[in-house]
Every structure is written in structure tokens, then in C-alpha cells.
Design a binder for this molecule. Structure first.
Ligand SMILES: Nc1ncnc2c1ncn2[C@@H]1O[C@H](COP(=O)(O)OP(=O)(O)OP(=O)(O)O)[C@@H](O)[C@H]1O
Ligand SMILES: [Mg+2]
Length: 482
């Protein structure tokens, strides 16, 4: 779509302009937001919303001012699930309610959800809102925060289980898988293949904030964490145990690899807060977003960039405020390319302590608890949550992990040492003449295996000479024992 300045109509003041545009059959609509804004002489990109159908059509809406600049807090009705299991999480740019599913009553399925966003995009506020909604709807919330409980401090005491360390999150995930398995056996005996809320059990929702810290490469519990997330995704759906990951990943690899998440992304509730362009490319490359999909980027700030002459006065008052927090795309909703913004959750400015407005969202009373029948299945970690006994259980997980890591390291180290020694022996056995460590290193590195340094070859040669496999044939020369 190309709109030239000459072709762009003058915009009427204080009115919303809506343009339905299309490209000829055989083409897919693409647009350049900056060019579009320039054509209409608009400096605030927040005034333009573009939605595409991934094919020939686009709906361009131009507002007199950014319609998402100020968001109201949610109302009590917004927080209650409708008959489709949805709550209202905010508004689309056109003022329509933006909904997200907490449960699918039509299929009896618990929800799997993913929320992505770069740092400060509003992930944790979204999490708090959903946790508060879960409490109000009688859903059992298990919440793991890998920022040590700092992400959503008001959640303490408002959820059934708050886990604040890697180890506790692992224990929580193990317990969740155990509950799902226990329910599976119990429901199978009842002849049930779908979940009905409250009959007899409550819906359970397991959520991990900062999930990238658990699942990224090099994280201590990556392997088990990935396995448990996958397993819970598989068994939990039909027995009322949902799961959500909130992460600032720029790549699916950072979340245990794309396989783990592909199914969740395809079927789950996906919220994309301010994202990185590489994440976007990958969602498209992985087929998780249709190829033609283009989303208007969510910038950190909507303040128009103003060019200022070096001779202008008072030009140094720029700040770096982020004023788009909570803006997002609900990719699994009915309007995936329509920008929305989450309700204002609590104070925008930092609070010295707990935020009373957020506490009020949770409402009075205790949170819903896991059904008594599943408590045994959930195991000792569930019983120990929120008590001192949790420390010992977490230490046991850490010890177990460290032992495992040491074992892996030892086998790996042993194997590579073995390998280098073996490779040296092969090289020496092939040679008629004695060789220097430099020559041996060159030949070892030519065998297609991992590159080794001359220092480590020298080391191994010393060991091999001591064990009698190799003999020193003069100064700095080695040959195989024949
Ligand atoms: N819906 C919202 N309503 C009000 N303020 C919000 C909202 N979302 C975000 N904010 C503001 O943005 C700040 C950052 O939000 P939040 O902590 O949720 O981001 P995050 O994505 O979890 O960041 P991090 O990656 O650092 O954990 C909040 O402290 C708050 O000031
Ligand atoms: Mg956060």
C-alpha cells in the first residue's frame, strides 16, 4: 500500500478517520508505518492503528490523539469469567474490551499461556492482574517468581503457593505434574475425559514469571524444568491444571527450545507485550504467526522525536520515560493484529511498599486451595510451602543437582581426556618417525574432531609416556611404543 502525500486526504480535527484499504488479488498487503504517518503528517505514531487480515485487506484508523494513552483500572465485572471462561484484560485501540481466556468450558480444557515482553513491558503487572482474577474466580494459583518474589510482591498470601527460587519452582512443577497424574487416574476411574470446574475439583493454574531464568541455556535446572513444563502441558489440559510462562525471551531457544513451546504457542493464549524484532521474526519463521502478518511495533515511548537546533534554548529536558507499558497484542484472540492495552494495574509510580490498589484487586479472604483428595499426591513440598521446612527440601534439590552436574562434568572431562589421548595414539601409530608436540597437534586437529591446543597435547603426551604407551625419542620428540 502506498499513500503519497498528495493522495492523503487532509484529516478533519477531533474526528476518528477509518480507512479500509486493499491490494489487488494476488498480492499481500504490507505497509510502512513511518511512511504512513508521514503521509498524514502525523508525528505521534500512537494515533495510527493498522490491522491487517494477513491477506489483501487493512483497516487503518487515525485518532485525534492516542486512544490508549490513559487506561482505566479494571472493574469487578471485568475480573469475572464470562460463560466462555474469559475475563476482560484491557481495551483495544477502538475501545472494545480485550478478553483473555482462563478456561475453555466448551472443551473442558485448562489453558496454556505464554506472555512475552522485553524488560519493563508490563509482564509482571499482567501476571498480578491474572492472579487477582484467578483468586476472584476460585482458581487455585501456584505462582513461581524467579526474581525471588520481587516481581509481584502483593501476591504473597493471595495465592495458594508462591515459589521464589529455582529449586522451589522445580518442586512446584513436580507437584503440579503429580497432581495432574493423580487427577488423571481419578477421572479415568469416573469415566471422564474433560474437566468441569468445581466438579469435584477446582481449576489449578501454574505460572512462572521470569521463566527464561529457569529454561535458558546454562540454567541449572533447564533440563528438568523443560521436561516438567512439557509434561504439565500434556497431562494438565484435560484435568484442569493450566500453565503459563512469562518471559523476556528474544528467542524460543531461551525457553527450553522451540519444541517445548510450539504446541503451547499454537494452542495457548499468547500475549505479546513490547517485543524484540528477533522474537517476532522467529514467531513468523516458526509458522506461529502467518507469514504476511505485520504488527505495528510497540515503542518504548510514544513521545515524538523532535529535532532541535544546537542554538535552541531549553533543549536538554528530554527524559526517557516509558509510556507504553501494558500495550500488547493478544495473538490468540479474535483480533491478533489489533493493538490493545492492559488496564492500569496499581500505581504507575514506584511505591515504597505494597501497593494498596493492587492488594484491593485480590479482594478479601483466603485464596482457593488444592482439593484435599490431591494433597497427598502433591507431596511433601506442597505441605512445606510457606514454612521453614521448604529450605531443607530446596537444599536437597540443589544437592541432587550439584551431584548430577559433577557426575556429568566428570564423565565429560574423562571422555574428552580419553579422546585426546586416543587421538594422539592414532596419529603416532600412523607415523614412522618421532614427532614434536607441535606436529602431533597439527595432525590431531586434522582428524575432524574438536580442536585441541598444543598445551593439552603436551600434557597428554606426558601422561602417555608415564603409562608407557609412548616413548620419548630424544629431546621434545615422541613416538609410539612398538
Ligand atoms: N498495566 C499496567 N498498569 C500500570 N502500570 C503498569 C502496567 N504495566 C506496567 N506498568 C508500569 O511499568 C512498570 C514495569 O512493569 P512490570 O514490572 O510489569 O514489567 P515487566 O515486564 O515485568 O518487567 P521486568 O522484565 O523488569 O520484570 C511498572 O512498575 C509500572 O510502573
Ligand atoms: Mg517482571
Amino acid at each position: 500500500m502506498t499513500i503519497t502525500p498528495a493522495a492523503a486526504p487532509a484529516l478533519p480535527d477531533d474526528q476518528i478517520v477509518e480507512l479500509m484499504v486493499e491490494v489487488p488479488p494476488g498480492q499481500v498487503i504490507k505497509y510502512d508505518l513511518a511512511a504512513l504517518a508521514s503521509a498524514f503528517q502525523i508525528t505521534d505514531p500512537g494515533r495510527i492503528a493498522v490491522e491487517t487480515d494477513g491477506s489483501r485487506h487493512a483497516l487503518v484508523t487515525i485518532y485525534p490523539s492516542n486512544p490508549l494513552a490513559v487506561m482505566p483500572p479494571p472493574s469487578d465485572e471485568d475480573m469475572l469469567m464470562d460463560k466462555y471462561g474469559r475475563i476482560v484484560v484491557g481495551r483495544y485501540h477502538n475501545g472494545r474490551p480485550a478478553r483473555r481466556r482462563l478456561f475453555d468450558p466448551r472443551t473442558g480444557s485448562a489453558v496454556r499461556a505464554l506472555t512475552f515482553g522485553t524488560t519493563g513491558a508490563g509482564k509482571s503487572r499482567t501476571v498480578q492482574y491474572i492472579l487477582a482474577c484467578e483468586k476472584r474466580n476460585g482458581i487455585v494459583s501456584w505462582y513461581g517468581d524467579l526474581k525471588g518474589g520481587q516481581s509481584a510482591p502483593e501476591a504473597r498470601g493471595q495465592v495458594d503457593w508462591l515459589a521464589t527460587s529455582q529449586e522451589e519452582v522445580i518442586l512446584m512443577l513436580r507437584a503440579a505434574v503429580a497432581v495432574a497424574q493423580e487427577r488423571q487416574a481419578r477421572y479415568a476411574a469416573l469415566g471422564r475425559n474433560a474437566f468441569v470446574i468445581g466438579n469435584p475439583d477446582p481449576l489449578v493454574s501454574v505460572r512462572i514469571d521470569e521463566a527464561n531464568r529457569l529454561l535458558e541455556k546454562g540454567a541449572p535446572y533447564r533440563e528438568e524444568g523443560t521436561y516438567l513444563v512439557k509434561e504439565l502441558g500434556r497431562t494438565g489440559r484435560s484435568v484442569g491444571v493450566g500453565e503459563e510462562l512469562d518471559a523476556q525471551a528474544s528467542h524460543l531457544e531461551e525457553l527450553g527450545g522451540s519444541d517445548t513451546l510450539r504446541a503451547m504457542l499454537k494452542e495457548g493464549e499468547v500475549t505479546l507485550l513490547r517485543w524484540s524484532s528477533s522474537m517476532m521474526r522467529q514467531l513468523v519463521a516458526d509458522g506461529l504467526l502467518p507469514a504476511g502478518t505485520q504488527l505495528v511495533p510497540i515503542p518504548k515511548s510514544l513521545k515524538p522525536r523532535v529535532l532541535r537546533s544546537q542554538f535552541a534554548e531549553g533543549a536538554d529536558d528530554d527524559d526517557d520515560v516509558c509510556d507504553t507499558q501494558g500495550s500488547a497484542y493478544l495473538l490468540s484472540g479474535p483480533h491478533p493484529t489489533s493493538m490493545m492495552r492492559h488496564f492500569r494495574i496499581g500505581s504507575i509510580l514506584p511505591m515504597p511498599g505494597l501497593d494498596p490498589e493492587i492488594l484491593a484487586l485480590y479482594g478479601p479472604g483466603d485464596p482457593e486451595r488444592l482439593e484435599a483428595t490431591s494433597v497427598d499426591g502433591a507431596g511433601e513440598a506442597y505441605a512445606a510451602r510457606g514454612t521453614d521446612a521448604m529450605t531443607a527440601l530446596c537444599e536437597a534439590v540443589r544437592d541432587e543437582q550439584q551431584k548430577q552436574a559433577a557426575k556429568t562434568q566428570a564423565t565429560k572431562g574423562g571422555r574428552s581426556a580419553q579422546l585426546v589421548a586416543d587421538r594422539i595414539l592414532v596419529v603416532l601409530a600412523d607415523s614412522e618417525d618421532a614427532m614434536t608436540p607441535d606436529e602431533i597437534t597439527l595432525l590431531v586437529n586434522a582428524d575432524g574432531g574438536d580442536t585441541v591446543k598444543v598445551g593439552s597435547v603436551r600434557n597428554k603426551l606426558g601422561m602417555l609416556a608415564d603409562s608407557g604407551d609412548v616413548v620419548r625419542a630424544g629431546r621434545g620428540l615422541y613416538e609410539i611404543t612398538r
